[in-house]
Design a binder for this molecule. Sequence first.
Ligand SMILES: Cc1ncc(COP(=O)(O)O)c(C=O)c1O
Length: 385
Amino acid sequence: MKLINKFVTGLEVPGTRQFSNKVALYDNCIDLTLGQSGFAPADYIKDAMIRAISEDQLRYTHNKGLLELRQAVSDDIYRRLGVRYDAETEILMTNGGSEAIDDVLRTIINPDDEVLLPVPTYLGYEPVIKLLGAKTVYVDTTQTGFVPTPEAVTAAITDKTKAIIFNYPTNPTGVTYTYDQIQALADALSETSIFIITDEIYSENVYDAPHHSFMEFKDVRNQLFVVSGLSKSHAITGARVGYVLAPEALMEHVTTVHLYNSICVATPMQYGAISALNHGQEDVTKMNDAYIERRNYLYDRLIGMGLPVIKPQGAFYIFPDISAYSNDSFQFANDLIEQEQLAVVPGKSFSDLGEGYIRLSFACTMEEIIEACDRLERFLNHYQQ
Ligand SMILES: Cc1ncc(COP(=O)(O)O)c(C=O)c1O
């Protein structure tokens, strides 16, 4: 395939997709591969989108997004973290968190740069890094509760390191970082000239303590890109509304990349997002209450099955260690779907350091979780690789 970009031919379909695509092949499959809320979006979000269409709001907006929406994002961040990002100059609306990641990486990465990735982590970063001809350097978090330490991060920095990408609450582990852990990382990184990219798309989905952010640490603000969005928090993955927060000087460049990418986010979706941010807090809390109940049940059952697992504090995933049964998580997940019609994501999808784990999502109904646990327990009772 000589005509195709050499970096594209090396990319694979993500493990999440591979297994969610298999669900349709079975009559009675339970799908715990979901990366999105099972709740219906609120009427005030849908009504705002529909109203925008009826009122002919189908023209381009400002490249950065409607100012009213950027102001709503700014107010939301201030309400949650007490930090102000300027709506005019420091906020850019993107097509989901995905475009936010792509825009930021394309703004800063040169071929042969190195990007540090604490792993296991979301599988959407490494392909973009590869497409830019750059290299990913893993920072192993498996021995430190899935949270990178400042020592491990600084040990991985070379003169080629351009950036580090944090994601917390973390997909796939459900672990999040405490204020003190973030402070220690911020202190270490403020001494360096590398960029910090922090993907906080699950920041509204936290269960035991308030979310904290690198945004709270002034010393890193000039090297910080924050990626986030409304997909997960407001159950609107299909609306494609995300954003980047960055200092003005960096944001000008990200905006240029974004405008050549997509010009702006679909206008009716921007109106829906304004309504979500202005009215949605109560619903976020309600959804989180349901996730807590599901998380607690799933965690207790996994512990009962003897699987080592960390109780998730955020996102809607849990990441049990299945290494006592198998060190081939793809084989394990294949056998599980074939024998019990239960779809999960192999840990190896989240880097080689995710091998020996599987990811289960609890963004589905309680009935599905109960049935899934029964099936997993039965499977483990006789499973031999
Ligand atoms: C950590 C993380 N970042 C970004 C995304 C992409 O979000 P969006 O649907 O808003 O593009 C996902 C989706 O699963 C995710 O898990």
